[in-house]
Every structure is written in structure tokens, then in C-alpha cells.
Design a protein around this ligand. Structure first.
Ligand code: 9MR
Length: 615
């Protein structure tokens, strides 16, 4: 079966997904009373219940805007936490009676005149704050009674938004009658920090009883106020209902059933190389390794290495030139250390989208100075984490080869253009990393190089060149965001063998195995929307075959380890980042189900490590 390129570069995905969000909207007239009935408090992000999704059906319409509140009363109420419930391996979601975790993967739409819709991404829902009252809303289906409910939103604004001085205004509005709403919840610009999650907690007042109704859907969301710019990401929204009896019709009950066990005590004990998982910290309120006990349990049980899914990327660590923000990354690395885990650093240099700090994207100085700035970043970051002692390897440069024209380096990269249309930044980054830490293992990391194709060839050419010129590089990170049927094991093995033949290490850095492949010729006719037992067993075999191919191809001294890109199917980046999935959670690509239960894939992984047959 002929297949086209199967993974879309992240920056393209981000743009392409705008179409998924709701359309632009007209506006319904608002109650513009200045009464501040939605009280707010803004706190650094911490809380959020796990596991649950209350889906909301979104009729087409849009919200509307309001006036600024006259004051900002505060009251902070943390939503009740929802522990992971027992459910079968293939189940999707469940809900506690009084807490709704709003679905962040579908149903949201742009709000306000001239909005450009929303994008769904693995962080949540983003909108471009292009003007006053531009925002994003979603519906909470009736019957819903929000009187005295507490709405908590975790939001994250870009540096452009922060710099614009704009504020955020959460809103709730009844979609019926005169569309009464509550507009008093407010987060002033001074309470927002670029690139940092904050939780805005708003209480629906009972003062005027307007939310004491169940006849109409309610739309909730947040809009920008002032003269905003940049991007706002809503990472999670939790509604703690005051009245259990009025819980949303979108709630579903968890189903009791037998739970699959892979019979694996600890994956890491089965290997003599690092067994890793990508994990979140403050970049995901729900899956934060520092606060989510289920995440901690599964990570500590099975893995001995962590990769930060996001928070060690460039813009997180150096948002503005010379200002390094290590707090969250330090907490992440310290946690790993406290559990005797190493950390694979990801990623020192990556061109994609928002993780490139604005000062680099907008660089107007000389190419030489730009390269110096890249080196300064690498040096400072590697130096910093060398001191911790457990950051043992780095993706020094990520995805520098052009995926659509693989004979070339990527030219749609600020690193390339600002270096004077040159890929010299790659070797400079490696040299700086080696100078900063003589012992860390330094990887070039990329996707689709496992296809043994022209991109693989280009990568090998780069390695040959580096080795000839003594540019320090220790290995290649194969991301391996793969499918059940693609690439073939033969091609995966052949591609790895080419790296091994250069005497370099191979590390599988971002493994996930998506069940649905929207790039094969049968799509979407062959799409499955239920994770069947057959699919689970096929995935088990596939995991086993991939790990076996790694063991068969890469000699022990060149094994950098295997890392899966996430823990549970609920936290995969693929649901929203693969445009063809259209926000449906149909990848089921990881080792644990939405509720942290083992999947057969875990057994397949273990079978390979134990030398058992793949079946
Ligand atoms: O999983 C990551 C997701 O949460 C981020 O939004 C995204 C953009 O920073 O990056 C995802 O991880 C990517 C990794 O850093 C590099 N290889 C591709 C991964 C999946 O997109």
C-alpha cells in the first residue's frame, strides 16, 4: 500500500487545525450590566481533576461580549479532584457527579466579531487574540444549573499577549431568553505571565438567580479585553457544580468491568538501557507529574527515564534573551532525581512554532550574532542541568531536515534563515553542548527517518560529514511516531542499521503506535472509532515487533534506550494534532488506557524485552 508522508510537521499541524475550531460568529446581544457577579481569583496552576470528560454539543452560534467589570472580587475554590476510575481497557471517559471537566478536544469555537476560530492542540484550545472581545467558547448541554458553580480555567498566554497589556475575561451565558450572562470574572494583565499556566477561578453568583435554570444550554469561555495580540491557550476548564441534581446531561457514568493486566511488574527491570516516557509538568494541568498521583504511579512503576514533553524547550527556558526560567524544569528534573530516574533533555534547538522564543524568530542582527545566541542558549541550558547530574542525554537539534524535500535541510526554520540561510547552527549547537557537558550523550532527533528513505539518507550524510570534521555527535534519536502498518519493520531496522554502522547510538525517543492511519489509501473508510480487542492485540504485536527490531539491530553498547511519547491514551498529542482525526481520540497509541490501566501493548513491549515471541 502506497503511503504518503505520515507525520505532519508540528508547525503545519498547528496552522492547519484552525479549520477544526468553530467558525466566526455573529453576536447575540448581551447583558452589559457592569455588575460583577462572576467572582474570580487567579492562582498559579496546580489543581485539576484527572480522567474525566463531559462532552458538550456545540450548536453553531457564538457568544457575545460584555463590558469590563467594575471590580474584581476574589474567592478561590479548587475544584474537587476526580480520581481515576476503574473502566475497561477500551473505555473512554467517566464523570463525577458534581464536577465537569470540559472537553478540550472538540466543541469549542471562536467568539467575537472577526475571530479566526480556535485551534485544538495537545495543550488545549487556542485562539488568536486579535481584538477586544475575541475569545473562545463552548457549550455545556442542558439540563445544566450553574448557580453557585465554580468554574476553574487553566490558561496560558503568549509573550505577545502579555506585552499587549490586554486582560482576560471568563464568561458564562445562557443560550436562550435574552441570553443573560455573567461577566464579572476578570484576570488583569498584571496577573498573567507569558508561557506560564494560571488558574482563573470564577464563582457564578446566585445573586440574581439567572443561572437557576435548566431549560437552555450554557456557553462558557474566555475572551480578551483591551487591545490584545498574540495567542491565548485554554488548557482546561473544570466546573464544580453546587447542585448535584442538576448535573449536566453530558455526564456519563463509569462502567465497572474487569480490567486488563499485562502482568508486567516493571518494564524498566526488563532492560539494561533506559526505559523512558515523555511526561508533563506545568505544560499540562491534568497530567502534571508533580501533582497527578496516577501519573506518578505509572511512571515510577515502569520507567527509569523521563523526557519533558514541553517544558525544556527553548521558549520555556529562555523566553526573552538572557532571561532563563528554570523553575519548572528544575522541579521536573528534581522529581526524576528523587525517584532515581534520569532525564533525556528535549530539545535544545527546534524550529517549530511557539517554542522558538520571539527574540530569535524576530532576530534582526547579524547571522554571526544569531549563532552566538544559539550557542549561548545551549551552553547555559546544558551547563545548568549538568549540575543536576541526572540529565544524561540531549536532543541537541530536533527536526532540522526538510520532510517534504528531504535532500535538504529545513529552510522554513528561523534557525536556518537567521543563521544566514545556513545549517551551520546544527554543528554549532553540538559543539556548544559538548563543551558544556563532556559526558552527556548528544543526539540528533527527527521523525520519518525510520522509513529508510531520502530523509534517512540526508541524515546519514550529515552524520558522515560531522564525523569527518569531528563535530561531536553520539547518536540519533528516532522519534518513531508510527502506525500499525507503517513503516515496515524491515525499513525501521534498515534505517537504524545505517546509524549503527557509523558507530553511533540509536535511541527511540518518542514512540507511539497510532491505531488509525489517516495517510493510507483506505482512509477514512477503514477508520475505526472503537478500540476493539482485535486492534489492541494487533497493537501488542506491533509494539513487540518494534522493540524486537531495536534489540536485533542495535548492539547493546549502542542502545540509547526507548521512550514512549506519553503514558495514557488520553494524553497523546495525536488526538488533536493529527488533523484527519478531527479531534477524535482514535489513535490509542500508548501503553496505558485513559484510566491508567495496562493495555496489551505493554505486554507486547515486555515480550520483546524478555525475548518472547511477538504474537
Ligand atoms: O507532545 C508535544 C506537544 O504537547 C506540544 O504541543 C508540541 C509542540 O511543542 O510538541 C509535542 O512534542 C513533539 C516533540 O517535542 C518533537 N517531536 C514531535 C512531538 C509531537 O509533536
Amino acid at each position: 500500500m502506497q503511503q504518503i508522508q505520515r507525520l505532519i510537521p508540528l508547525f503545519l499541524i498547528t496552522i492547519g487545525l484552525s479549520a477544526c475550531g468553530g467558525g466566526s460568529g455573529g453576536s447575540k446581544s448581551t447583558n452589559s450590566s457592569a455588575a460583577s457577579v462572576l467572582a474570580s481569583s487567579v492562582v498559579p496552576s496546580s489543581v485539576v481533576a484527572s480522567s474525566v470528560v463531559a462532552s458538550s454539543v456545540a450548536p453553531s452560534s457564538t457568544a457575545r461580549s460584555s463590558v469590563a467589570p467594575s471590580s474584581v472580587p476574589t474567592s478561590s475554590v479548587a475544584p474537587s479532584s476526580t480520581p481515576a476510575s476503574s473502566a475497561p481497557a477500551s473505555s473512554s471517559s467517566s464523570i463525577a457527579n458534581t464536577t465537569i471537566n470540559v472537553d478540550m478536544t472538540s466543541g469549542w469555537r471562536g467568539n467575537g466579531e472577526g475571530n479566526s476560530g480556535v485551534t485544538f492542540n495537545s495543550d488545549g484550545v487556542s485562539f488568536t487574540a486579535s481584538g477586544d472581545n475575541i475569545g473562545a467558547v463552548t457549550d455545556v448541554a442542558k439540563p445544566i444549573k450553574l448557580e453557585e458553580a465554580v468554574i476553574s480555567m487553566v490558561v496560558n498566554v503568549s509573550s505577545e499577549f502579555k506585552a499587549s497589556g490586554a486582560s482576560l475575561q471568563p464568561l458564562a451565558q445562557i443560550k436562550g431568553g435574552s441570553w443573560p450572562g455573567e461577566w464579572g470574572c476578570w484576570s488583569g494583565n498584571e496577573l498573567l505571565t507569558a508561557g506560564t499556566d494560571v488558574t482563573i477561578t470564577c464563582t457564578i453568583s446566585e445573586a440574581d438567580k439567572k443561572f437557576d435554570q435548566t431549560d437552555n444550554d450554557v456557553q462558557i469561555g474566555v475572551q480578551a479585553k483591551g487591545s490584545p495580540a498574540g495567542v491565548v491557550t485554554i488548557k482546561s476548564v473544570t466546573i464544580a457544580l453546587a447542585q448535584t441534581a442538576a448535573s449536566s446531561s453530558s455526564a456519563t457514568s463509569s462502567t465497572a468491568s474487569s480490567i486488563y493486566s499485562a502482568g508486567v511488574n516493571s518494564l524498566r527491570d526488563l532492560a539494561s538501557f533506559p526505559i523512558g516516557a515523555a511526561v508533563s509538568n506545568t505544560d499540562s494541568a491534568t497530567y502534571n507529574i508533580l501533582t497527578n498521583a496516577s501519573e506518578q504511579a505509572v511512571v515510577e512503576k515502569h520507567f527509569d527515564q523521563m523526557t519533558a514533553g514541553n517544558i525544556m524547550k527553548m521558549s520555556y527556558l529562555q523566553p526573552t534573551q538572557g532571561n532563563f526560567t528554570f523553575t519548572n524544569a528544575d522541579a521536573f528534573v528534581d522529581y526524576a532525581k528523587s525517584k532515581n530516574m534520569t532525564v533525556h533533555g528535549h530539545a535544545l534547538v527546534w524550529h517549530s512554532d511557539y517554542q522558538v522564543p520571539s527574540f530569535m524568530k524576530n532576530w534582526s542582527g547579524s547571522a554571526a550574532d544569531f549563532i552566538t545566541a544559539v550557542e549561548a542558549h545551549v551552553t547555559a541550558v546544558v551547563d545548568h542541568f549538568e549540575a543536576k547530574g541526572n540529565v544524561t542525554s540531549w536532543d541537541v537539534v530536533n527536526e532540522a531536515i526538510n520532510d517534504s524535500s528531504p535532500a535538504n535541510f529545513r529552510t522554513d526554520s528561523a534557525f536556518y534563515t537567521k543563521s544566514g540561510n545556513s545549517a551551520v547552527y546544527i554543528e554549532k549547537a553540538f559543539q556548544a553542548a559538548r563543551a558544556a557537558d563532556a559526558n552527556a550523550t548528544l543526539y540528533y532527533n527527527d521523525y520519518n527517518i525510520d522509513q529508510n528513505n531520502a530523509k534517512t539518507t540526508k541524515m546519514i550524510e550529515m552524520l558522515t560529514d560531522f564525523q569527518a570534521r569531528n563535530i561531536p555527535i553520539d547518536g540519533v534519536g528516532f522519534q518513531m511516531h508510527v502506525f500499525m502498518d507503517y513503516p515496515s519493520i524491515a525499513n525501521i531496522s534498515a534505517a537504524m542499521k545505517k546509524v549503527v554502522d557509523k558507530g553511533l547510538k540509536v535511541k527511540i525517543t518518542e514512540l507511539d503506535v497510532a491505531v488509525n492511519n489517516p495517510y493510507n489509501s483506505g482512509w477514512p473508510g477503514n477508520k475505526i472509532t472503537t478500540f476493539t480487542e482485535a486492534a489492541a492485540l494487533a497493537q501488542k504485536k506491533r509494539y513487540c515487533e518494534i522493540v524486537k527490531a531495536y534489540l536485533d539491530t542495535v548492539p547493546a553498547n549502542l542502545r540509547g534506550g526507548i521512550t514512549v511519547w506519553g503514558t495514557t491514551d488520553a494524553s497523546t498529542w495525536l488526538t488533536t494534532a493529527t488533523a484527519a482525526y478531527n479531534g477524535q481520540a482514535i489513535a490509542w497509541p500508548l501503553l496505558f488506557d485513559n484510566n491508567y490501566n495496562d493495555k496489551p501493548a505493554l505486554r507486547g513491549y515486555a515480550d520483546a524485552l524478555q525475548g518472547s515471541a511477538c504474537n
